[in-house]
Design a protein around this ligand. Structure first.
Ligand code: 5RP
Length: 236
């Protein structure tokens, strides 16, 4: 029986491979979160195993990233151990024409923003469905909130025109709890006119830890596409 190939999975795989191929020996690598970055972590492990790549160290952005790094043999360090991050690879939920992002589909955007912003080069890995003309058009904006502040933050966001929904667990009753022990509001705005301003305004609400707007952080977007039935990777 032949296995049916899922085109989205193929795009994610190819783009993960392309990002992993850009990492050089001796690098400190920010390891992002999500299903696309998972392929990049796997391919980094393959390159280490084959000896093609040597002496890299990973800085994980989540529990998921550290589990995968350990599985694929990538040594890990923390931000206390390194002066700089050479390259970070991470996914995104939306990418606009200015290379601004919405992240946080995996509720990991707080640590992701710390690691990705510190990197000398931040490469975003996405399949073509993530490209949008305007942020917020397909994906609600994730906002990480301290549990005691969920109600006041919801009210403050409503005054800005946002409709908040507490993210609930799957195969777990109750809300999603982040790696930091907080909760996530998924916020829908009619339109995000000025992402840079909204990013700051949201982070200024007491009780908000971080939101998923990444403005001016990405250096390169690698987009997985299927063209005439064949997977390819476009640089943007
Ligand atoms: C996690 C993220 C992910 O990078 C984002 O949700 C994309 O995930 P995927 O590659 O699975 O589509 O921001 O917080």
């Amino acid at each position: 029986m032949t296995e049916e190939l899922d085109p989205v999975k193929v795009m994610k795989q190819e783009v993960g491979r392309a990002a992993a191929a850009r990492v050089q020996s001796g690098s400190i690598v920010g390891l992002g979160t999500g299903s696309t970055t998972a392929f990049a972590i796997q391919f980094l492990g393959d390159r280490l195993k084959s000896g093609e790549l040597q002496n890299i160290k990973g800085v994980p952005t989540s529990f998921q990233a550290s589990v995968l790094a350990k599985k694929y043999g990538i040594p890990l360090v923390t931000l206390d151990d390194v002066d700089t991050i050479d390259i970070a690879i991470d996914g995104a939920d939306e990418v606009d024409p200015q290379k601004n992002l919405i992240k946080g589909g995996g509720a990991a955007h707080t640590r992701e923003k710390i690691v990705d912003s510190l990197a000398k080069e931040f490469i975003v890995v996405v399949d073509s469905s993530k490209m949008v003309d305007r942020l917020g058009s397909t994906f609600a904006l994730p906002v990480e909130v301290l549990p005691m502040a969920v109600t006041p933050v919801t009210h403050a966001i409503a005054k800005l025109g946002g409709k908040s929904e507490l993210r609930m667990g799957i195969k777990k009753d109750g809300p999603v709890i982040t790696d930091q022990g907080n909760m996530v509001l998924d916020v829908t705005f009619a339109a995000i006119e000025n992402p840079a301003e909204l990013e700051k305004t949201l982070n200024n609400i007491p009780g908000v830890l971080e939101n998923g707007l990444f403005v001016g952080v990405a250096d390169l977007i690698l987009i997985g596409e299927i063209i005439e039935g064949k997977p390819s990777v476009r640089e943007f």
